[in-house]
Design a protein. Sequence first.
Length: 314
Amino acid sequence: SSFFYRMGGRNETKVMHFILLGFSTTAEQQLLLFSALLLAYLLAVLENFLIILTIRNNHSLQKPMYFFLGNLSFLEIWYVSVIEPKMITDVLSRDKRISFQGCMAQLHFFVTLVCTEYVLLAVMAYDRFVAICKPLRYPLIMSHRFCAQLIAGCWVCGLTTSSIKLSFIGRLSFCDVDRINHYFCDISPLLNISCSDSSSAELVDFILALLVIMVPLCTVVASYICILFTVLKIPSSQGRQKAFSTCSSHLTVVVLFYSTTLFTYAHPKLMYTYRANKLVSVLYTVVVPLLNPLIYCLRNKEVRCAMRKAFTCR
């Protein structure tokens, strides 16, 4: 998985492949884990695809809120597809290698999608803020053009963040250690096995992580504080309940995604060697994308009714 080359009068080793250690399981556990992960992946793709289909084919859902939800589902189909197929095949495979280029590609797509989702969830919170706090101006502010620009902005933020991070990580040297203590190529495990000075890559990763997590998080918190004050001023309890119901599904998704990813990315790289981090990573790479469509279907009456109409013969 490596070759030698001369540099500055000494031998250096360049890693050509990484070995993803994944989870240590017995032969009996392997088949069970494989079946569970395969089922979770297929369900996540199917659920998100059904949400996109429902939104596209239902006129009552042609609103900014559901436009953003459709984009979230589209993003999550790619999000699970970057990680899970390789993860699933590695459970049963003896050859858990991934090429250096393949590892960098997986990392690039994963970071792009995670960062895009952070910003998209903040955009969805802003949409709920405008809808509840400025209802008369809502159609004017959240125009089709502005919504499209917001989505484009989410993807630009994700791609830019990922490109900057990868430009620093791609320059690192990986010598004799080619084993990644994870089931996919992530930043912290790669920083852990680098044999060159990774301080600049760590600093850039920390600053960008702070920006891409904290700015959207502050937007979400500020939006929901304004929403809370506005809703509490509504005289009827029925009106308050209706206003809260349009936010509950999004707020649940935000709490799930931010809590699991913050646990992983808001501490030093050495913490990554612990098994707990791999288990938490399973939450946001497998469980959360599986739960998000269910949360929107179960907690959002409009989506629930539209799906019932779409998939029952009447």
